[in-house]
Write a protein that binds this ligand. Sequence first.
Ligand code: HEM
Ligand code: HEM
Length: 226
Amino acid sequence: MNVPEPKMRILVWDLPTRAFHWLFALSFIAAYLSSEDDWLTFHVTFGYTVLGLVAFRILWGFAGTRYARFGSFAYGPARALAYLRSIAERRPEQHVGHNPAGSWAIYLLLALGALTGALGFLTLNGPQQWEWVKDVHQVMGNVMLGVACAHIAGVIAGSLAHRENLARAMVDGYKQGPPGQGIRSSVWIVGAALLALAAGFWTAAWRGDLPAVTAPAVKRVAEHEH
Ligand code: HEM
Ligand code: HEM
């Protein structure tokens, strides 16, 4: 596993995966920061974006390129622990795509995004007396923040251990890896479509063209003010 191999710059993350990543991180942070009453329209717009992105990522986990597919980063807990041990002992296991520990954070973040979003939908549209849904929604949002911070700490630790800027790889798609192991296409058209769809959704919501998305939030804020 740790046999030194020649390395070169290879394309690892296709554009849809990179676009998904930064839209997901941005939407989560925007939803989190706008979770106070006055910003509910904003909050709901970014919350729905998180939900839509999770749906997209699940599809892309089956239809995407090699390292975007779930099959390429399906590791059990023993593998995750072994990887963490390899980092602690300064003989880091090499992985071209997601490493076994990072994979767990990724699945957790996707699951928490779906759960928090669904609970938010129920907080807004479910029966008024379901106060507990709002509380669980808030707790899940905070748990997600905790996992996201652990994820960022993991990215920093992994970057130091492997002497490679992993965050930049999530921007341009390239990592150091064995020749011949790169993906051939960045599938930019799907990535561009995802970015355009998100921008279109935000613009339409902002302009008030999507009453199904924004009207319940506007109504709730008005009720609070009375
Ligand atoms: C702003 C600081 C952030 C940086 C620098 C960052 C960086 C990265 C990097 C480098 C990876 C790839 C890890 C690997 O090499 O295996 C990754 C993956 C991922 N990150 Fe982040 N991240 C950030 C914030 C977030 C936030 C806030 C979230 C969610 C709330 C998030 C969710 C994810 C997910 C779901 C993946 C998996 C990507 C995929 O395969 O679809 N990240 N991140
Ligand atoms: C993953 C995305 C989301 C995150 C991280 C998130 C986070 C939060 C947090 C932390 C709060 C508590 C704010 C407070 O009272 O201090 C909150 C409240 C709320 N969220 Fe979300 N949320 C998300 C998605 C959604 C969605 C999709 C909806 C609706 C469709 C929604 C609707 C609400 C509502 C109605 C409240 C209660 C506001 C109030 O009356 O005080 N959220 N959210």
